[in-house]
Design a protein around this ligand. Structure first.
Ligand code: NAD
Ligand code: UD1
Length: 340
């Protein structure tokens, strides 16, 4: 049992990870500025697990707030989710993204160092891989310049953390490169609750199905893929949450800094996702074909062998599970946490 500081713990992936941390009998301190989340997610984490967490409303860019957390709680390791993630917004407001994601992460590791906490799991992304790599992507393939500023911040933070661990061998840092997180907790009580128009496929599909949006625009149907639409590696958020526990339990000891892909290893096209969603949930999803979206690649999926071998992690949920669970959450919470 350990005491884990979860930055960004009120968000989509963070809240699911808090549930799994409690299920594994860890203690949890959440540090979040609620800029893209609701405290209701944490109320529901506590309701689901019967455990109580410590919540600190604070910003990772604020050193005093961080120092106070480390002074008040004996933290064993940090899982760092806090950051901004809207790709389009990152193009319009790069400095805000550099500040939150890069400066915020530097500020966090500085506070960790002052508190002598050297175990860190960082939320990275498959977007750091060079676009010229052919899927399945493995961790030895080169990284490249991401097509947007959001992805750029992930690459920079990965590189900073790598250099930090070379300079000071007390650090053990797991970089988890997420593929495409979807799905929700089985209960339907917590899930993804994007603000405004969703950027990502799955929340768009569920919002069309629930009647909040008219139709899905499928970005491109002339890619060199099974049916012309983009192929991605969708991963259930509970499997993803468990990858953080596997990293904490099995690897955060003298590893320096190391990356692991967290994906299922299977690619699904946009049309396959839409059609399977309709089949398993019995609801129609109106759609139209639209031009390709700038910055998109045709195909991206993981080779996840390293995570299986080294973290002892496996993905247990199928695409059908992911689509059922996403719909269960959306149907029960048509306006997300805004329903309460
Ligand atoms: P999310 O927006 O739901 O959660 C992020 C949380 O961080 C939110 O609760 C937000 O309020 C908080 N936050 C943001 N800036 C902060 C700051 N300066 N100080 C304190 N808290 C702050 O996003 P998510 O989908 O749960 O993603 C979690 C992490 O995983 C992010 O770092 C994201 O970039 C990364 N990631 C997400 C995806 C994805 O598709 N969801 C894919 C790859 C990587
Ligand atoms: C996107 C981001 C990536 C980020 C990730 C997680 C871009 C170019 N990439 O990845 O940097 O790490 O989200 O936040 O924005 N699609 C549609 N219609 C939609 C939405 C998506 O057809 O309304 C298609 C896309 O073209 C793609 C697939 O669905 O083929 C998945 O898209 P999305 O969920 O946005 O994820 P990524 O593009 O993989």
């Amino acid at each position: 049992m350990a005491n884990i500081l979860v930055t960004g713990g009120a968000g989509y992936i963070g809240s699911h990870t808090c549930v799994e941390l409690f299920n594994a009998n860890h203690d949890v301190v959440v540090f979040d500025n609620l800029s893209n989340s609701s405290i209701e997610s944490l109320n529901r984490v506590q309701e689901l697990t019967g455990k109580s967490l410590t919540f600190v409303e604070g910003d990772i860019r604020n050193s005093e707030q961080l120092d106070q957390v480390f002074a008040l709680h004996k933290i064993d390791a940090v899982i760092h989710f806090a950051g901004l993630k809207a790709v389009g917004e990152s193009q319009q407001l790069p400095l805000i993204y550099f500040d939150n994601n890069i400066a915020g992460s530097i500020n966090l590791v500085n506070a960790m160092q002052r508190a002598e906490v050297f175990k860190l799991v960082f939320s990275s992304s498959a977007t750091v891989y060079d676009e010229a790599n052919i899927s399945p992507l493995n961790e030895d393939m080169p990284t490249g310049m991401p097509s947007n500023n959001y992805g750029y911040t992930k690459l920079i933070v990965e590189q900073l953390l790598q250099k930090l661990s070379i300079a000071d061998e007390r650090w053990s840092i797991a970089l988890l490169r997420y593929f495409n997180p979807v799905g929700a907790h089985k209960s339907g009580r917590i899930g993804e609750d994007p603000q405004g128009i969703p950027n990502n496929l799955m929340p768009y599909v569920t919002q069309v199905a629930v009647g909040r949006r008219e139709k899905l625009a499928i970005f491109g149907h002339d890619y060199d893929t099974v049916d012309g639409t983009g192929v991605r590696d969708y991963i259930h958020v509970v499997d993803l949450a468990n990858a953080h526990l596997c990293a904490l339990n099995n690897r955060l000891q003298n590893i320096g800094c190391r990356a692991w892909n967290i994906g299922t290893g299977n690619g699904s096209s946009v049309l396959q996702v839409k059609n399977t969603f309709e089949q398993v949930n019995g609801v129609p999803v109106a759609f139209e074909f639209a031009p390709r979206r700038e910055g998109d690649v045709a195909t991206s999926f993981a080779n996840n062998q390293r995570a299986m071998d080294e973290l002892g992690w496996t993905a247990n949920y199928t695409l059908e599970d992911m689509l059922k669970d996403s719909w269960h959450w959306q149907k029960q919470n048509p306006k997300g946490y805004g329903d309460i």
